[in-house]
Design a protein around this ligand. Structure first.
Ligand SMILES: C[S@@+](CC[C@H](N)C(=O)[O-])C[C@H]1O[C@@H](n2cnc3c(N)ncnc32)[C@H](O)[C@@H]1O
Length: 207
């Protein structure tokens, strides 16, 4: 894997190494299927794993994030980080951090940042995709919306990856898991073994 481990260690974020390596592996696997897209980039950790694979294969990675943080990243909440809070606008702003990561990891010719809400980008989206990674807002309406607006763009043979799948409610929020189950129940996806909390679904149908 062509990723500098020192770069990875210095990026803020919640992704575990085995999950990152799985993202990289699946992004390599879809190189001939279509572009990759992630919802929820934060400071760029997952983008580095996905992006390195896209760079290696000449593919493109779209990274959607409004960079204003999810509910749990706001001031006073569990995952608030004052280092990525803009005291001038009094808002979270992870975009400078994200850009630094993309530049440091040499991904400026691979990554297309879309600084907006995922639903807004989806309203005009027409490009079929090889892989969609959902790691944006973690409330039920947020994950469900991301699933509803993006899953239909995944090509047969492509992948839908969803982060923070906790089968045991004692271990974490259930919204990503509920949406993951809905995707399986739709009959359009085949489950692959999970890696950490990363749910992996392959879109059925002929390539
Ligand atoms: C858990 S973090 C993403 C972590 C990232 N994948 C990583 O590897 O570090 C969630 C991100 O989703 C973004 N987000 C939440 N709701 C969103 C929405 N509706 N549209 C776009 N981005 C959203 C937040 O701004 C936040 O940066």
């Amino acid at each position: 894997m062509d990723i500098d481990t020192e770069i990875i260690q210095n990026i803020k974020g919640y992704l575990e190494e085995d999950e990152g390596k799985a993202l990289h592996e699946y992004a390599l696997a879809v190189s001939l299927t279509g572009p990759c897209l992630e919802i929820g980039s934060y400071c760029g950790k997952s983008a580095v794993y996905l992006g390195a694979a896209c760079r290696e294969t000449g593919n493109v990675l779209f990274c959607i994030d409004h960079h204003r943080g999810s509910e749990e990243q706001q001031p006073g909440e569990t995952y608030f980080d004052p280092a990525v809070f803009d005291y001038h606008t009094f808002c979270m702003d992870t975009f400078p951090c994200f850009r630094r990561t993309v530049a440091t990891a040499d991904l400026e010719n691979t990554v297309v940042p879309l600084v907006c809400r995922s639903e807004l980008a989806a309203r005009a989206w027409k490009t079929p995709l090889g892989l969609v990674f959902i790691d944006g807002g973690h409330s039920y309406p947020a994950v469900k919306t991301d699933y509803d607006v993006w899953h239909k763009h995944i090509l047969p043979g492509g992948y839908l990856l969803i982060h923070d799948i906790f089968q045991d409610p004692a271990k974490g929020g259930q919204a990503p898991y509920d949406v993951y189950r809905q995707a399986v129940s739709s009959g359009n996806f085949k489950e692959e073994p999970m890696v950490g909390t990363l749910g992996i679904l392959r879109k059925k149908g002929d390539k």
